[in-house]
Design a protein around this ligand. Structure first.
Ligand code: PEP
Ligand code: MN
Length: 338
């Protein structure tokens, strides 16, 4: 059960509700986000919500059997719309395209990418400056100095910055330069990091852990939400399976399923899902047909020279073609899936 408390719910009113819960062997956890105050109630018995519905301090009450209650659509039927600081929205209405290199390399690369994005009406640039690499000897990113010029060039051009945060201490370091924090697959169950991201007032793009079930993926989002941040984007980026022919296996099923189960926006990352440049566009288009609200795609002027993930990176010509086809596919979907 999920109880939304009134904005001016008093301590006495909250105590009374908690006592009522204790009497039926339920436990209530208070969650306060930037938008509202909730009581997440867990217990075994079936209950009659009328017991609580009329109590002072209760604004709304829902039976949510899902383990992950705050991210569940059983409670919030409307899709969550994420509004960035200057009014740019991430929502079901328009497809969000996020493009950029796997790693930020130098200023010239950022300038060229930003020019390309602007020419094509793309509002979000991705780029890693803290890179989680499978080998400690691989390029591990430029760090905060890279983020500073990445952010400056993007802001001069009205582009939003998306970059991965790997540990709690980096959240504050990155804060003034970032628009969307990305949590990578390897940190999708770093619960201390998720807790801390719950405390910030900027959106979080949460990738699915490479071996996370949907339930675990939603639980990761619930960590962020229950710590106060409702602005979360779920991003399917492929999971590890027995198949070795490509980098990961894109779980296309996850896209409509997550939409059904959760009110949060759902993105797809075809680059890391398939890991092979020639298939990225097709997987991206398929994701849009499956209902993705956004796609995250790696691009580079010369992918062969990229510091990381070159094999799955599109050049600008391929990226432009993908953008056009993605937009057409989004329109087609709107027309046929009414
Ligand atoms: C990335 O986006 O470059 C990245 C490392 O992604 P993932 O965490 O999905 O592997
Ligand atoms: Mn990458």
């Amino acid at each position: 059960m999920l109880i939304q408390l009134t904005d001016n719910c008093t301590n006495q009113e909250l105590d009374n509700i908690q006592t009522g819960l204790k009497n039926i062997s339920y436990k209530g956890n208070v969650v306060e986000t930037r938008n509202a105050k909730y009581l997440i109630c867990n217990g075994k018995k079936e209950i009659d919500i009328r017991l609580f519905g009329n109590m002072p301090g209760v604004k709304d009450i829902h039976i949510v059997e899902d383990d992950n209650k705050l991210v569940s659509r059983k409670w919030r039927v409307e899709d969550t719309v994420i509004t960035c600081n200057d009014g740019v929205e991430i929502s079901r209405k328009d497809l969000t395209i996020v493009m950029g290199p796997c790693s930020i390399e130098d200023e010239e690369q950022v300038v060229k990418t930003v020019d390309f994005l602007k020419e094509n009406g793309i509002k979000f640039m991705r780029g890693g400056i803290f890179k989680p690499r499978s080998s400690p000897y691989a390029f591990r990113g430029l760090g905060i100095e890279g983020l500073k010029f990445f952010s400056r060039i993007c802001r001069e051009n009205g582009i939003k910055v998306v970059s991965e945060v790997m540990q709690v201490s980096q959240i504050e370091e990155m804060y003034e330069y970032i628009d969307v924090y990305q949590v990578g697959t390897r940190n999708a169950q770093n619960f201390n990091l998720l807790d801390a991201l719950g405390e910030v007032d900027k959106p979080v793009l949460l990738k699915r852990g490479m071996s996370s079930t949907i339930q675990e993926f939603l639980a990761s989002a619930e960590y962020i939400f229950s710590n106060g941040n409702e602005n979360i984007i779920l991003c399917e980026r492929g999971v590890r399976t027995f198949e070795k022919a490509y980098r990961n296996t894109m779980d296309i099923n996850a896209i409509p399923y997550l939409h059904d189960k959760s009110h949060l926006p759902v993105f797809a990352d075809p680059s890391h899902a398939v890991g092979i440049r020639d298939y990225v566009e097709q997987i991206a288009l398929s994701s849009v047909m499956a209902g993705a609200d956004g796609v995250l795609i790696e691009i580079h002027e010369v992918p062969q020279k990229a510091a990381s993930d070159g094999a799955q990176t599109l050049d600008f010509y391929q990226a432009k073609r993908a953008i056009n086809r993605l937009r057409e596919t989004a329109e087609l979907r709107k027309r046929i899936m009414v």
